[in-house]
Design a protein around this ligand. Structure first.
Ligand code: F6P
Length: 500
């Protein structure tokens, strides 16, 4: 393995503009078109020798074997002793896991139909309560795709800060609201407290049977039933579907309700197209594999600690937050699958925003700062608004200009007016923002995260790092004896008047 990494580290590269001059085929080789998406990796330092070195590393890591293990339901989440079967939700898995997912989808669809048919009385709004993976996917997709035609008014509430829930319910009528409680474990404290407060709000709003208005989305149906949800309104999903990979499962219920069942199916189909591409395309023509080579190159050879993602499309404004959990919770690890120190940088810090706003806020650093930040631009060819096309034209022009400027740079006599250039970017250009295309895009990101993990030898499917903070919060909450440091003790005293 060490040799494979050493070859990656010593592979020769040239400045970006020279790479284009020395290889007239470069654009074709480093551009992949799949599922209505153009992935352009040509403005990165990837070249023939780097790709070969990474291919050898992928082989040494048995990427092909790991990929098959993923799709064939092997226990690849070794620390939690289970498989990672989110692709089965898209029909790509073992016959058993696909049949189970389809059974759960059928339950989900029946409930969507019943709600549409007003079996629970008129429902006008959906209050979705969940956090992390139980919120970010639905929130992103409903925001992206439900702008014109949201069939229900929808709010996705995650934060335990009561201000968030209060703001959402302020605009809702308790009599016509469906309460969706989404939690894989059904034990997450923020979600449980928000759910209790929402139930109280319904009760105080005169709803005779607030529990009769709950739909629970969970891999722990027993807990949901014990909470008081009728079994018929518990939509289960498999334990082997990770929280941040769960929007394809019953957890996607608010997506299906807000956008319609057909849209949900298109989303799954788009993801399945990307699954097939990932499974079948050779490494150098495989979008999730090639981009992981780019990611590893900047993180492990050039020392980039972050990657910036800019959505040049308001519809995709929540994509950076979604990606932060997907990538940082998956690959923010320091030990390998066999418990040894990983010895190299793992997940970059993912951050970003929307273009063109970000250009006037953070791009100064990208063009002239001292950090090398690989940038990812995401845009769509078709706009959705009714204003003059020039808005969209200007948006795309700006997006393309930024990538070109970062790469080319410009020398001036005055250093303050000089741009070093040779700064890498990838561009992901969607034909349009629709369910199938976003399904493919999100599956691309999932597989990219997986390939990065395989190249590093880490497990992307656990998240023990978040547990310790929860333990301490519990200790403060319960007043259990805990050896708090003086700073924490003083903060508790200042806020609550006494040591809790
Ligand atoms: O605390 C982290 C985490 O476990 C995430 O992985 C998960 O998406 C989130 O909390 C919510 O968990 P649950 O769906 O069990 O409420």
């Amino acid at each position: 393995m060490r040799d494979a990494w050493a070859n990656v580290e010593k592979a020769e590269t040239q400045p970006l503009s020279d790479l284009f001059k020395s290889d007239s085929d470069r654009l074709t080789k480093l551009t992949i078109e799949e599922a209505g998406i153009r992935f352009d990796f040509s403005k990165t330092h990837l070249n023939g020798s780097l790709v070969s070195a990474f291919e050898a590393l992928a082989e040494a890591r048995d990427l092909a074997g790991a990929r098959e293990a993923l799709f064939s339901g092997k226990q690849i989440n070794v620390t939690e002793g289970r498989a990672a079967e989110h692709t089965a939700e898209r029909g790509q898995g073992t016959p058993e896991s696909v049949a189970r997912a389809q059974g759960f989808h059928a339950r989900m669809r029946a409930l969507v139909d019943a709600i549409e048919a007003e079996a629970f009385g008129p429902i006008r709004s959906i209050l979705h309560i969940g956090i992390g993976g139980s919120a970010l996917g639905p929130k992103f997709l409903i925001d992206a795709l439900g702008r014109d035609e949201q069939r229900y008014k929808t709010a996705v509430i995650s934060n335990v800060d009561g201000a968030a829930l209060e703001e959402a319910i302020g605009g809702f009528d308790p009599q016509t609201t469906l309460l969706v409680i989404a939690s894989k474990t059904f034990t997450t404290s923020e979600t449980m407290l928000n759910a209790q407060s929402a139930l109280l709000w319904m009760q105080e709003g005169g709803v005779a049977d607030p529990y009769g208005r709950i739909v629970a989305l969970t891999a722990n149906p027993g807990k949901a039933i014990a909470f008081g949800v009728d079994e018929t309104r518990v939509l289960p999903f498999a334990e082997t579907v990770g929280g941040r990979y769960s929007l394809w499962s019953s957890l996607g219920f608010p997506i299906a309700l807000a956008l319609g069942w057909e849209a949900f199916e298109e989303l799954l189909e788009g993801a399945a197209t990307m699954d097939r591409h990932f499974r079948l395309a050779p490494p150098a023509a495989n979008a999730p594999v090639l981009v992981a080579f780019v990611d590893r190159y900047y993180a492990n050879v050039r020392g980039s600690e972050t990657r910036a993602v800019f959505a040049y499309d308001e519809r995709l404004r929540l994509l950076p937050s979604y990606l932060q959990q997907l990538e940082m919770e998956s690959n923010g690890k320091r030990v390998t699958t066999d418990g040894k120190p990983v010895g190299r940088a793992t997940s970059p810090i993912v951050w970003g925003g929307v273009g063109t706003d970000a250009q006037h806020a953070v791009f100064q650093l990208l063009h002239q700062g001292t950090h090398l930040v690989p940038v990812e631009f995401i845009a769509a060819i078709e706009p959705e608004h009714g204003l003059a096309f020039d808005h969209h034209r200007q948006l795309l022009i700006n997006c393309f200009a930024q990538g070109a400027a970062l790469m080319a740079g410009k020398q001036a006599d005055d250093p303050a007016h000089s741009y070093p250039g040779d700064r890498p970017s990838t561009t992901i250009l969607l034909d349009r923002v629709d369910p199938a295309t976003l399904g493919a895009l999100l599956a691309f990101y999932e597989h990219r995260t997986f390939v990065n993990a395989v190249l590093l030898g880490i497990n992307p499917f656990d998240q023990f790092g978040v547990e310790f903070g929860k333990e301490i919060a519990k200790a403060i909450d319960s007043g259990d004896a805990f050896d708090f440091d003086p700073s924490t003790r003083a903060l508790i005293e200042r806020a609550f008047g006494e040591a809790e």
